[in-house]
Design a protein around this ligand. Sequence first.
Ligand code: G3H
Length: 478
Amino acid sequence: GDGVFRYYSDGEWKASASGKSVPIINPTTRSTHFKVQACTQEEVNKIIESAKAAQKLWAKTPLWKRAELLHRAAAILKEHKAPIAECLVKEIAKPAKDAVTEVVRSGDLISYCAEEGVRILGEGKFLVSDSFPGNERTKYCLTSKIPLGVVLAIPPFNYPVNLAVSKIAPALIAGNSIVLKPPTQGAVAALHMVHCFHLAGFPRGLISCVTGKGSEIGDFLTMHPGISCISFTGGDTGVAISKKAGMIPLQMELGGKDACIILEDADVDLAAANVVKGGFSYSGQRCTAVKVVLVMESVADKLVEKVNAKVQKLTVGAPEDDCDITPVVTESSANFIEGLVMDAKQKGATFCQEYRREGNLIWPLLLDHVQPDMRIAWEEPFGPVLPVIRINSVEEGIHHCNASNFGLQGCVFTRDINKAILISDAMETGTVQINSAPARGPDHFPFQGLKDSGIGSQGITNSISMMTKIKTTVINLP
Ligand code: G3H
């Protein structure tokens, strides 16, 4: 055709009446790699209308059948892992192996969700009235979990497939329909993933995927009266959405400034390995990346030396070559990262490596002796640049962690489990990892951010529950 990928509405692949498209720039070549449709508000209206109609029937479809379709979609997705991963490589410069892992992890997530769904949605509660003062046993109360309606899923560029299915699968098993708005970078991978659901044979209109410019359809989608729930992962846009959205449940996972606190008694080799993995995998473009290292002065030299030795070994280059460090997603992102680096330089941070950038490719950089007046002490680079702050007490580390407006995850390295637990309790974050880098998975673990890092809790079980509402029927005995 015209080389513009179609959007998915009412079970069909369509070209937008706008006649316009949105280019997807390959971060590595910095030229247009794909184009997607720039959908109109009218097309969004149609999608939401068919999503509402399809949901009514879907809610009456037996739970085991919903699960069966999800299992089928999971299998088809895994069969198509190669072409989908290829899109991730071209659209978001994810290293080739990680791109495949993302797709496989997504298939597993869908299957787990189907299994979890049939169990937790397959049971309700039975209550009797005479446990509350003044009541006889004259009322029986039956509870069940009912769907919300149309769920709007907005995943971010860094996991266009996995963070889409982490919203789609819970919504569907719970009896909702889905409108997916993928990120521009990653939209084609998302369309391929949606095609797997199409092949699995879900009813028309139950799942749709709308592409386009945020300025044209963003607010229109999030403020649309036909939407019953929004599940969003991303950055500041989430704060804006929360302010504008109507009286509907929101699931938000936004930024993070995950701290890695390293105590004097830590296994420094283990800590160094996790600092590198946590700080530099996918070039630091993970909400759960280690974004600040808070290390006790007495072990700081040793840690920095070990981290530097590992940083030196990181391969830098093209995602096709499966390099560890690949170009960051956009030029503006690279410019932002560079701004943080230059600010730190001006204010006297120690550069453990030379700062180097070619296009969107930024070489991994550890900044030692970072001070609280530097922007990088607080801001999220979303790139392969990691600040180290040397601390003289555990309290200092906890204080820095808690002074952040973010509160996603954090980690602590120590051999003393009692200290670890006390620090975990003191850290104002949704999760604390003891002796490992922050991470969302395994995908059935609860995943949540405090403060500006989010609303609600994710993870398979929590997402299913969040996308349902309790319905009760009370039998009044004569
Ligand atoms: O970027 C945010 C993701 O939820 C992080 O997931 O910990 O599996 O990389 P991850």
